[in-house]
Design a protein around this ligand. Structure first.
Ligand code: WAQ
Ligand code: MG
Length: 240
């Protein structure tokens, strides 16, 4: 039996941090305490409320490998945008430029845009919120403080494994985190340095959806609720 352990921390009802783990029964206690520790030591300030939930997972776990990682040399946002447009064109997407523009204009969503790449229609039931990919972790994750790269690779590996998703684009909304990524089954996880200027707090995610509107509910159900364990991560022994 596995459990989803989720943490969110707030101060004055404002979100400070959140994280989740998927663990076996014998690791529930240590996951709870490491998430509480993480909430307490967040650089955005100390929370007045920490909520941790432990939920038994009733669906069979899906185990997948992490996407392979590459890191082209990108030196500025203009180069990043051109690179992304080129990746999307290489996938045969005629709307490549428009998709990149969308990535750079989405604001203040909790989740991602679910974009129909054929019609450019947004398929999220709630366009303010977007679609959140949740319920994923690394197998044997030892916890620890936030690591943008490690957590994004886990999310991207889950998202890219969905048959209706061609790929994903991401810019962090953290002011000082200027590395984003493009990810797909065929290209892997492509880290993009300098995707935005430091000191800007915009960010967002676009999931590239290909299918009919009848495929949307199953796709969202997979992204939100299918428990996924990513089997190890590249560079596991390196401190990153
Ligand atoms: N599911 C879908 N969309 C999400 C999720 C989620 N679980 N979490 C965040 N988003 C959306 C939301 O619109 C955020 O504003 C946006 O993505 C960015 O989220 O290799 O830190 O958590 O070093 O700020 C990339 C690491 C880090 C790159 C990404 O995203 C690397 C990051 P953030
Ligand atoms: Mg963020």
């Amino acid at each position: 039996m596995h459990y989803a352990v989720k943490m969110r921390a707030e101060r004055d009802a404002r979100h400070i941090s959140g994280a989740e783990r998927i663990v076996g029964a014998s690791d529930v206690d240590s996951a709870v305490s490491s998430l509480v520790e993480r909430a307490r030591s967040h650089p955005n300030g100390s929370p007045d409320t920490i909520t941790v939930t432990v939920q038994e997972l009733c669906r069979p776990l899906l185990r997948i490998p992490p996407l392979p990682v590459s890191e082209p040399a990108i030196t500025c946002p203009e180069e990043a945008r051109a690179f992304l447009a080129q990746e999307l064109s290489a996938m045969g997407l005629a709307t490549a430029e428009k998709i990149v523009t969308l990535l750079y204009t989405v604001r203040a969503m909790r989740g991602a845009v679910l974009l129909n790449v054929d019609t450019m229609e947004r398929m999220e039931p709630d366009k303010q919120r977007g679609v959140r990919a949740t319920c994923m972790d690394y197998e044997g994750n030892a916890g620890g403080p936030k690591n943008h790269f490690r957590e994004a690779l886990c999310l991207a590996s889950k998202v890219s494994a969905c048959p209706c998703i061609l790929g994903e684009l991401c810019i962090s909304d953290d002011e000082h985190y200027t590395t984003g990524y493009f990810a797909s089954r065929s290209r892997g996880y492509v880290r993009i340095a300098n995707i935005k200027e430091a000191g800007t707090d915009f960010g967002g995610r676009v999931f590239l959806f290909k299918g009919t509107s009848a495929d949307v509910p199953a796709c969202i159900d997979y992204l939100e609720s299918q428990p996924v364990l990513v089997e190890g991560f590249p560079g596991r022994d390196n401190a990153f």
